[in-house]
Design a protein around this ligand. Structure first.
Ligand code: EPU
Length: 337
């Protein structure tokens, strides 16, 4: 275990923002993690895993721990299902592909989401009608202050839309080291109701899809809309889709008859932030190296060397315009550091 000083984090965040960490350590085992927490217990600690859901706006004057613990373990299995664990430093999409290649069903709609397994529960990653919470059994996490291991079961995590206990009550207190899932081995329950998946399967001439077909459809859709962080820095959706009251929605409909919506319950309606941003004229616009993606207005991008503050300023400009036009407060999905 080596401490590196004044280390650039450009390679460690998918936005590709070049900030400096005063101290940086790559952690490859739980023992290393416990050792360093014990040794450095007075220092402020900052955790980075896949760096796929953060916007770094300042240098980090803390001990940065890059959690890169790898390994996949089968806990138990029957003819119908399997309980499987992945360590926090496994690449999420590689883990999804591992499951698909072994015919374990449940994660296929979550294909190609950037990031590591360990950060997936924090924001309850979701796509195309499926969320992590649907297959999540538990996770192991180390308490930063005591170094002790804690197990969070599904209910303990209080998952909701892009949210969990790790963004609220226990924020910054634990480091997730392992996540356990329950997946199907046969009679897979496919979720292909999302319009774009149905269309992609139809285009590919597939009438009775396998989990691999669904994964490939999702990969095709994501590649067509979302920029690859290896080519253009980004953190996926920058904002959450806002939920507004039915009354507010009816008022907006008078001025914007085509406003898309998803009903949440009798009182609340979700509207796609991407639509609001596109209507406000931001789609495909660029200020220096900071911009709004040309194919998906919900994604802010770093074309090359944008500073985190430039992306943040752009996001504030968007929030102000959406407030002004629609009286809607857009909340960031990405963590601003
Ligand atoms: N839309 C526009 N213009 C745009 C983008 C979207 O008008 O530039 C409208 C369209 O009406 C479209 C609707 O928004 O039908 C929904 O767009 P899309 O299907 O692309 O989904 P999204 O609401 O923009 C959410 C998630 C994505 C996830 C997709 C698919 C959030 C914040 N984002 O995006 O998650 O992949 O649904 O399930 O909920 C992420 O979290 O980083 C992410 C990419």
């Amino acid at each position: 275990m080596k401490i590196e000083y004044n280390k650039s984090l450009k390679e460690y965040n998918t936005f590709g923002i070049d900030v400096i960490a005063s101290e940086f350590v790559k952690i490859t085992s739980e023992t290393e993690l416990k050792d360093i927490l014990l040794r450095e217990n007075k220092k402020p600690i900052f955790i980075i895993s896949g760096g796929s859901n953060m916007l770094l706006t300042n240098n980090i004057d803390s001990l940065v721990l890059h959690i890169a613990i790898q390994g996949i373990t089968i806990i138990e299995e029957s003819d119908d299902s399997i309980i499987i664990s992945a360590n926090a430093g496994e690449n999420w999409h590689d883990f999804v592909l591992y499951c698909i290649n072994h015919n374990y069903g449940g994660l296929e709609n979550l294909s190609l989401i950037p990031g590591y397994v360990g950060s997936a529960p924090i924001q309850n990653i979701g796509a195309y009608g499926v969320e992590l919470k649907d297959t999540f059994v538990s996770c192991e996490a180390i308490d930063i202050s005591s170094g002790e291991k804690h197990i969070f079961l599904n209910d303990d995590c209080r998952f909701s839309y892009r949210n969990s206990i790790f963004k609220n009550d226990v924020k910054g207190k634990f480091i997730i080291t392992k996540v356990t899932f329950k997946l199907s081995k046969r009679n897979h329950v496919l979720n292909t109701s999302y319009g774009a998946i149905e269309n992609a399967l139809k285009e590919n001439g597939i009438t009775s899809p396998t989990i691999k077909d669904v994964s490939e459809a999702v990969i095709q859709i994501r590649k067509s809309k979302l920029p690859d962080p290896a080519e253009i820095g980004n953190s996926g959706s920058f904002f959450k889709n806002p939920v507004i009251s039915g009354k507010h929605f009816s008022e907006l409909q008078k001025s914007f008859p085509n406003i898309p919506s998803y009903k949440i319950d009798n009182q609340n309606i979700k509207v796609p932030a991407g639509w609001l941003i596109e209507q406000s004229g931001f789609k495909g616009k660029r200020w220096g190296d900071a911009g709004v993606h040309e194919k998906q207005a919900l994604v802010l991008v770093n074309y090359n060397n944008a500073a985190g503050k430039e992306i943040l300023d752009l996001s504030k400009k968007i929030q102000a315009e959406i407030k002004n036009r629609f009286d809607i407060d857009l909340e960031t999905e990405v963590n601003i550091i």
